[in-house]
Design a protein around this ligand. Structure first.
Ligand code: FNR
Length: 187
């Protein structure tokens, strides 16, 4: 059984280490997962004033999530939280009231930083947001990735076997989580 996974990269940086991590995750994921990036770059800042008539970028966001069966968040930590651009995208997707795109969606969270705690605080913040949005999160394993350019190449290949195995297992567990959630909450 294959599953459609939409993934968010929380960084807008042209040299994003989290984008490299997303490439590694896709390389190492089970064949049954098909990935499509859900872009956040062109979204205006959310306001309730838009609720009656979403602009095209926000409609595209909601349509992209509706077309997926699960979502994966690959995010940096900014000032001990998630980047504003990612929070903005989540706010758009969660509205208008009663049309929350994340309701019951299988979700996983991961992130890389150059610092030693590997986005742990940002991920806790993101988990709180996703919890309110009623996403079905994979709560274990957790994955706090300390990024080193000696380990991760631009194309997403991973030179450290232990890191490679950890990421492969993370994605395999995510596939099982998706299957488990969709068995009771099909989309
Ligand atoms: C950071 N960085 C950072 N790192 C961290 O571990 N905890 C933090 O709270 C922050 N805060 C922070 C704020 C801002 C505004 C910036 C620009 C950066 C460093 C961050 O981990 C590093 O820049 C990563 O490279 C960001 O990920 P991307 O954009 O390369 O994917």
């Amino acid at each position: 059984m294959s599953y459609r996974v939409g993934y968010f990269v929380g960084s807008l940086s042209s040299t994003s280490i989290n984008r490299i991590l997303s490439k590694a995750l896709i390389r190492l994921s089970p064949d049954e997962l098909e990935f499509t990036e859900i872009p956040i770059r062109d979204l205006p800042l959310y306001s309730q004033d838009y609720d009656a008539d979403y602009p095209p970028a926000a409609r595209a966001l909601k349509e992209a999530i509706a077309a997926t069966q699960a979502v994966l968040f690959v995010t940096p930590e900014y000032n001990r939280s998630i980047p504003g651009g990612l929070k903005n995208a989540i706010d758009w997707a969660s509205r208008p009231w009663g049309e929350n795109s994340f309701d019951h969606i299988p979700a996983a969270v991961i992130g890389a930083s150059v610092g030693s705690i590997g986005t742990a605080v940002a991920q806790q913040s993101l988990r709180g947001v996703l919890s309110f949005c009623n996403a079905r999160q994979m709560t274990a394993p957790e994955a706090y990735i300390h990024f080193s350019p000696e380990v991760f190449s631009e194309d997403g290949s991973v030179s450290n076997p232990a890191t490679e195995e950890f990421l492969r297992n993370f994605m395999s567990d995510f596939r099982e989580h998706i299957q488990r959630v969709l068995t009771v909450l099909p989309r």
